[in-house]
Design a protein around this ligand. Structure first.
Ligand code: HEM
Length: 282
């Protein structure tokens, strides 16, 4: 059997399983994944190196496009301060300006390699109240501010019907000392980290050659703040040229099976429809 390379093994804390391509592409028809693994906040948000490209890109975006990446509402001030203190204790961010929400989000956005969103439970629903999202995949944080999670997921075909109540139950049961991770995949026509629709980015077309297609994995971390006043949702992007995976016949077949069985509405949402026929055939 050919190797099943892990996606993020160097960053995986000892004793915890890394995300593998088999997790993302099991030998099965496509379905929304509700698989979670235990993780550590300190590893999830840790930059891959002190001056990584991702960190430099975050500093650039937060300087040139701050209002597209960063958003907060008045009710979130205490939760932002608590998040800042939490990451300062983990030594992932400096501890200055903890009393200024915008400066806190800015410091977090520039120091962590993952995006971060805070949700508060209001009338039994998790609602987006703040965050810093430099590398979104086709959405923008300011447009999601104030929305309950059902509203955030509204544009994803079938998701609320299939998983909405289960997601809310899962979030309602989070414990503050445990962080859970999940993973999502998509394809893109660019290795750009930010796919914020407020700035145009290349889309997949029938002409996009295999060599220019990237598989875009989002690992996500979910935990609840020690005060239990807000849920912390992190998103980290991992890009791999699809051609690197295509040489592994077994993995290629499992990716093709997912593409073949993806509902058409979801393929459209993910922007994959223009390349589906070519990838399934080859
Ligand atoms: C806990 C379980 C969760 C599951 C199973 C889940 C699942 C998904 C799935 C399947 C998608 C579609 C992505 C794709 O297939 O390309 C999606 C999109 C998204 N999710 Fe979640 N999600 C969860 C939690 C959250 C949370 C806590 C947030 C925080 C705000 C969130 C924010 C988003 C956003 C912003 C999008 C993109 C929506 C758009 O394109 O407009 N998700 N989610």
């Amino acid at each position: 059997m050919e190797p099943d390379p892990s996606i993020i093994s160097p960053e995986t804390p000892e004793g915890m399983s890394p995300w593998t391509w088999s997790d993302l592409f099991p030998d099965a028809d496509y379905q929304f994944s509700f698989q979670f693994k235990r993780g550590l906040l300190s590893s999830f948000y840790q930059p891959s190196s002190p001056a990584s490209f991702a960190l430099r890109e975050r500093v650039r975006l937060l300087s040139q496009h701050r209002s597209d990446c960063l958003a907060w509402s008045n009710s979130s001030e205490e939760a932002i301060a608590e998040t800042h203190r939490l990451f300062a204790e983990l030594r992932l961010v400096g501890s200055s300006s903890i009393s200024d929400p915008e400066q806190s989000l800015l410091a977090l956005g520039q120091s962590l390699e993952a995006d971060l969103i805070l949700l508060q439970i209001t009338e039994g629903q998790p609602v987006v109240v703040a965050g810093v999202a430099c590398f979104p995949t086709g959405w923008s944080l300011p447009a999601k501010l104030g929305l309950p999670l059902l509203g955030v997921h509204q544009g994803v075909p079938k998701l609320n019907e299939e998983l909405g109540p289960r997601i809310n139950r899962f979030l309602g049961g989070l414990k503050s000392d445990v962080s859970w991770e999940r993973a999502n995949w998509g394809l893109s026509a660019t290795s750009q980290l930010s796919l914020n629709p407020l700035t145009p980015f290349p889309r997949l077309t029938p002409q996009t050659p295999l060599e220019e297609i990237y598989i875009r994995v989002e690992t996500q971390s979910l935990t609840i703040l020690p005060s239990r006043t807000a849920i912390l949702f992190g998103i980290r992007i991992h890009l791999t040229p699809l051609a690197d995976l295509w040489v592994n016949a077994n993995l290629r077949q499992r990716i093709q099976r997912a593409l073949r069985t993806l509902p058409a509405s979801l393929a459209d949402y993910k922007g994959l429809t223009p390349v589906l026929a070519k990838l399934i055939a080859g």
